[in-house]
Write a protein that binds this ligand. Structure first.
Ligand code: SAH
Length: 485
């Protein structure tokens, strides 16, 4: 029973940070005894560029049977208890081992490097033999909404006899750039047993608490949360009902705190006129974007990294925008966006104009081709700099809309925010904030590489010394400028 976790890195963010995150040193092979057998953790590869941790569980089938009996489990057909797939297939036992061996990592705790667990990093998880009731389709339905790129290949029952068809096992590879290791572990902890769907471990009433705890942040908004909940709780209906009710409460609460104050919204734009109530910067930004979209004659618009859907909502109010697509990597944001837009109660004609899609901008996506315009409003600064070229290619190289609007904070302006301590970014999740010069240099290089023209425009009060709080670049596919502009 086997699972590997691989990450890549650079000299500044070495892949071997995985050792800190997992609390297991890459130079050592370690063994832990669990109630089902021995779990080994070892690193087949550990360099700054690439690091792989392997979790190997040697199942003691005899202990497993004794344990099952001790707990009053119904005895199976005698031999099948001892001779079965448990030693080889990544079943729920692997999930149990994950939580036993990587419990701190799963909780996102790292005392040695407290900043590490919150940082998403490139992850590749391989499970060579995963029992998957529901097949590769279900595997994709479970992992893709969470931001994983999924490869799930069915394993033939017997490679010598293809006519026998596929077994119930798949070989699974998950890849993501946008998740933290803690997210990944917590998702595996739930989804491995869900796919296994075997009732061989005892489901206690506190499993509901556990499920809500490890499901925090990803389960409530998951499109398959009902199937996940019912299978995880081994189809015990009273527990399932209880869990589903609690998940619904979490979803409602999340929708309520959707108006979490963002510094940009909270701090008043400094117009110099005391008596006037200044418009929040987020509103000014939205207006500036809408003006530009109208000016370039766009009707079919992508809002990339749409977050909680404020811009999508504003676009819907103007009938000239006939097709509006919001894309975000975060299911939570999309759930909130969908509530904000009241998608489920929308009339047919309105509903035909708008779509929300889950996806990562770090990957090319054929669904994003052929639009008039794309907006990246306050998104680029959420990507690690080394990931930015992937987004550039996906947007400017592959999707290739006629117009692209990019807004991002102007870091020079930060000295004007009185509530912002020196040296801090405006949001905890900002990987960087650019000066005007840095933004211009980046935008010019992107325009050059992908054949766009670019111009710049300030958003918010343009301070003579430090410039505006938000900077916007308007990219136009070279040779195709709109007459209307
Ligand atoms: N555009 C909105 C939200 C900005 S917050 C606004 O202007 O208010 C940044 C958003 O980008 C978040 O919702 C985050 O989930 C999303 N995001 C970050 N990285 C992403 C990626 N790789 N792919 C898609 N969306 C991403």
């Amino acid at each position: 029973m086997f699972l590997t976790i691989t990450t890549t890195g650079t000299a500044e963010r070495p892949a071997t940070d995985l050792g800190f995150l997992l609390h297991k040193h890459p130079d050592n092979a370690q063994a832990f005894s669990t109630s089902y057998g021995t779990a080994h953790v070892l690193y087949p590869e550990a360099s700054a560029q690439r690091c792989t941790a392997a979790l190997l569980l040697e199942v003691d089938t005899v202990a497993l049977v004794r344990r099952g009996k001790g707990r009053g489990g119904a005895p199976d057909a005698a031999l099948a208890q001892y001779v079965n797939d448990r030693p080889y297939a990544a079943s729920s036992l692997l999930a149990v081992a994950l939580s036993a061996v990587f419990s701190s990592a799963m909780r996102g705790v790292c005392h040695a490097r407290p900043e590490l667990p919150e940082q998403p990093r490139p992850l590749r998880i391989e499970v060579p033999a995963l029992p998957a009731r529901g097949g590769p389709d279900l595997v994709r339905k479970l992992f893709e909404p969470l931001g994983w790129t999924v490869t799930a290949d069915p394993i033939a029952l017997d490679s010598e006899f293809p006519q026998w068809g596929d077994s119930r096992y798949v070989s699974l590879v998950l890849e993501s750039e946008s998740l933290t290791l803690a997210d990944a572990l917590r998702q595996l902890y739930v989804l491995l047993p869900v796919l296994d769907d075997a009732k061989h471990y005892w489901v206690a009433p506190d499993e509901v608490d556990k499920l809500l705890r490890v499901g925090e942040g990803w389960l409530p908004g998951h499109p398959e949360h009902k199937l996940i909940t019912s299978r995880y709780l081994a189809r015990r209906w009273s527990l399932t009902r209880q869990a589903l009710e609690r998940l619904e409460l979490v979803r409602l609460a999340e929708a309520d705190d959707s108006e979490v104050e963002d510094l940009d919204n909270a701090v008043e734009a400094e117009t110099g006129e005391e008596e006037e109530r200044p418009t929040p910067l987020a509103v000014q930004r939205r207006e500036a974007i809408l003006d530009r979209l109208r000016a370039c004659g766009a009707t079919r618009v992508l809002d990339l990294g749409c977050g909680q859907g404020q811009l999508v909502q504003a676009l819907l109010k103007d009938v000239r925008f006939t097709e509006i697509v919001g894309v975000d990597v975060s299911m939570r944001a999309l759930t909130i966006a969908s509530r904000r837009l009241k998608l489920d109660r929308m009339g047919e004609r309105q509903a035909a104009r708008v779509r929300l899609m889950q996806g990562s901008l770090a990957y090319t996506d054929s669904r994003l081709k052929g639009y008039d315009a794309a907006v990246l409003s306050e998104v680029v600064e959420h990507l690690d700099l080394p990931r930015l070229p992937a987004l550039e290619y996906a947007v400017f190289g592959a999707a290739r809309p006629r117009t692209v609007l990019v807004t991002t904070p102007n870091v020079e302006y930060n000295v004007r925010w009185e509530t912002l301590p020196a040296g801090h970014t405006r949001h905890a999740d900002h990987r960087f904030e650019w000066t005007r010069e840095e933004f211009r240099a980046w935008a010019a290089a992107v325009a050059e590489r992908y054949g766009y023209d670019v111009e710049f425009t300030p958003v918010g009060p343009d301070d003579p010394e430090v410039g505006p709080p938000t900077q916007m670049a308007v990219f136009t596919l070279a040779g195709k400028e709109e007459k209307a502009a």
